[in-house]
Design a protein around this ligand. Sequence first.
Ligand code: PRX
Length: 647
Amino acid sequence: MAEAVYPVPAEWAANALVDEARYHELYRRSVDEPDAFWGEMAQRISWMRPFTQVKQTSFHAADFRIRWFADGTLNLSANCLDRHLAERGDSVAILWEPDSPADPERRITYRELHEQVCRFANLLKARGVKRGDRVTLYLPMVPEAAVAMLACARIGAIHSIVFAGFSPEALAGRIEDCGSRIVVTSDEGLRGGKKVPLKANVDEALGHCAGVDTVIVLKRTGAAVAMQPGRDVDWHEGVAAQSADYPPEEMDAEDPLFILYTSGSTGKPKGVLHTTGGYAVWASLTHELVFDYRPGQIYWCAADIGWVTGHSYVVYGPLMNGGTTVMFEGVPNFPDPSRFWQVVDKFQVEIFYGAPTALRALMREGDEWVKKTSRQSLRLLGSVGEPINPEAWEWYHKVIGESRCPIVDTWWQTETGGVMITPLPGATALKPGSATRPMLGVKPALVDNDGTPIEGAGEGCLVITDSWPGQMRTVWGDHERFFQTYFTTFAGQYFTGDGCRRDADGYYWITGRIDDVINVSGHRMGTAEIESALVAHAKVAEAAVVGMPHEIKGQGIYAYVTTNAGIEPDEALRKELVQWVRHEIGPIATPDVIQFAPGLPKTRSGKIMRRILRKIAENDVSNLGDTSTLADPSVVDNLLANRPRLP
Ligand code: PRX
């Protein structure tokens, strides 16, 4: 079948910030003269002390370092707030839509946001938070989440946001790993009409970890929650007495801004650390160019602030650019599957950025839910977090955008801080399913398993050969792990963990993770993390988790479980294990399938042959490949004979 190509619409080519010719010109400069190019691009930021050094980076062991604009100083909250006050203090910074359409929206201007951030910064200070301290945020999608982030940035504290869907156990692990003294949460969260007991979860988490002396509690639902005297502070009472002024701290460009935990191929999530200057340049530039953003436009990124997309494209990117960012507390299908598009109509959203998994779920509900709404305000659509299948892409384009709106399919990672491979709407002809071409300054390459570069069209492992300003700087508390994880698989290059194909036009097609990470509904999960949760159960001897194709989620979770001797696996145990994993990690890690197996396929040296487990989970069993190296080949027959019915 001929590949569909969607040329750049003429009015986009004529009016966008970057057209095709300009993209090539800028891209060439960005990689040929990175110092000059980035020195210029960084002028978009208000620096307190201008930098004289630009790029000081090496991916090689001998002189490994990643530093950008290192001798400059700045404050990110000042870049998001103070610098806009004179010109657009009264324009709306955050447009908040609550979970229920029956409740009122909130419109917060730059001036109001500035005031709230200063008050909260003063409250943090009053509770003894200093520069460099870690502050854990465990909050629903409410404007105060952005206030807390910006207040941390203002005083130079490092925020670590934990997605409010994570369990108390997962929260405790993250609080402990970064040594937070303070947690900011709310009484409850509200999503899809359901209440989430956030404060109770924090209390439970703090039973498992030491060191937290302050919990600030925002009222969201007004539910009665236990408050521990001395430790727990009511947000509103706490800020009431504080001054509405707090001069921003002068931070070094390489001072840490935030930690965000993400899953890798080991059992323990790693704390991805981003610093201030390079991230500021990267998040603001990518937000402006990828979305062709001009202040005044209503822009909506439907991600949760618990993920990196929420950091860079709900809060920091749009606010640095003086934009109006929509923040949505709810879910796409509550109260009904029109919800997203009703919000688009209500706020006259021009740019909408969402995840393929939500689109696939909505697509299944039928077009009527969409067609009830106008969506005439939409000009541009974006996709993020997982590969978008061409069918969902076409639906997004045709039904949601009525063939009028370009789609930017943006590939990037928690580690990259911002978008890395993407179309620019005025510059790039689109191919459904392809993230297309590199962002300015990004040098992607494909290598085979031995690290040999693949030139021209081909498929291999996706690496990035040189640094970009938004790159993560370290794994919190474990710099060696940072180097080992990303720079040793292919020496001297950043390994993304993704497989990728490049076509004859030089377009990139991400094929998905090639390590032990799976992508469930756009949420990144380490298979090892789910395995550790399963084996922590008293009745489980061994577990292996792989991804399986899933129509809505992209990938589902398929767990093979061997029970301890004397334990008879049954339906009750299956249910118990599902609950167990939800309790250990959170609902996003709910296994879709649990297959009990008396043994797992292992090599004679004891290594689990995941290739075989993946094939069984993918229902691709006609060719399992070479099983002769297995210690006990009959294990595979047993697995095949006892496959559960797939959901
Ligand atoms: O496999 C890629 C997939 O999501 C991974 C990164 O996940 P995370 O760090 O949680 O960040 C998600 C939000 C940026 C990548 O390694 N991924 C992300 N965007 C795309 C994608 N896969 C295909 N196409 C994309 N547009």
